[in-house]
Design a protein around this ligand. Sequence first.
Ligand code: ADP
Length: 471
Amino acid sequence: MSSRTPRLRNTLAFRLTLWYAGIFAVSSCIAFLLFYTLITSVIRDRTDQELAGQVRRFAATLTSEGIDEVTKAAVIEAQAAGVRKVFFRLLYPTGVAFSSSNMAYWQDIAIRGSAIRQLLQGMGPVFETVVVPGRKDEVRILYAMLSPGIIVQVGEAMENYSRFLDAFKGIFIATMAFLIVLAAGVGWFMAKRAVSGVEAVTRTARMISAGTIEKRVPVKTRGDEIDQLAVTFNQMLDRVETLLTELREMTDNIAHDLKSPVTRIRGAAEVTLTTGKSLGEYEAMAAGTIEECDRLLDMINTMLLISKTEAGVDKLNVEEIDLARTLRDACELFRPGAEDKGITLSCETPEKLQVNGDVRMIQRMLSNLLDNGIKYTPSGGSVEISLSENERHLALISIKDTGVGISEPELPRIFERFYRSDQSRSQAGMGLGLSLARAIARAHGGDISVTSALGMGSTFTITLSTQPRRT
Ligand code: ADP
């Protein structure tokens, strides 16, 4: 058996079945014992009443007709009921018998001195149950005073009752055996049904570990715990699959973005080697290589910075800064470039707005967004920057352009590392600017959101907390 398939006795279904059948058997046995004790005590009470009734009749006969009639009545009564079923013995208070019914069958029944003593002490009639050796059934015996000088000992075999109890036991054991097998069967069926959902999850997990990440656990519509497990498991798989896809795409993008400059460097070197003759050509090649390497280094450093910012590895150099001034400075920095391109750059800020943050990081975030606004807006357009504070003490920076816009399906993807829309490929860029900007905003307890319409322009909104950070 493989180590993955649990042995039958280790399975949950088997253990549940065992518990189910076990609890059923124990509770049935308790019920049987209670019932058995009840029946036995009812039977004993009835026998005792019969014996006491007999004694009352003898006492009445003794009072009305005398002892001779009682001895005769005893013999007749015993014959009528069956000499094997009942016996009567009349005794003196000394314990000596002076008359009895046919005792051939009752030889072994002794006269118990202690019972007679108890009787003479006036403690009322004495009952006892005697087991006669060699006989299956028990005998119930009553000692009672008929008159101050006469004691009667009456005995009755409990044969019928024992037969009844034997039959009861037999039927009970047979029924129980059948019901326990049935309970185990039903228990097994129910336990199997209950764990079938878990088995489905296990099967899917096994297929996934064998390489098919697209598999999902079938979800029933019952909405029970197993369904919830399946739904949660499937959601987790969706998330893992998305992450894997993103990771794969990112790796592809990195490979692609690294390949182009390396290919260019190699191509330039090869061309210079084969055709270049002058020092000037070699110098140009070295300059080109430095430029490409700088680009590569810049890309690698940005990637590292994003990772570190997201993971919070490098502590931010948090200080109180005037965000309004930082924004105005950024606008001044980008204005000449925008004007060169024929774009109007407007900047509307309050006089002062204090926030706690790392000024260098915030500058980097702003310049990425401003750079994008200008880069993706054609000549004649405008980029409007504004800063305000809302009632929840959040600083809102809005960067609104009238540029090319972003299509609906691309919107959620633009913050991914290396993501660049097809139409922006003509522009310079690495697809890392927005990822870094968002990582910075989040590291400051804020975020960046975007709304856009293709061909109409985009609005990026940065939120930052103006409250002092508690770290
Ligand atoms: P890069 O600008 O280097 O390509 P970014 O991470 O800054 O990388 O942006 C990712 C993508 O988002 C861009 O390639 C572009 O398609 C889109 N984008 C970003 N800002 C704008 C904008 N203001 N207008 C239109 N598209 C934008």
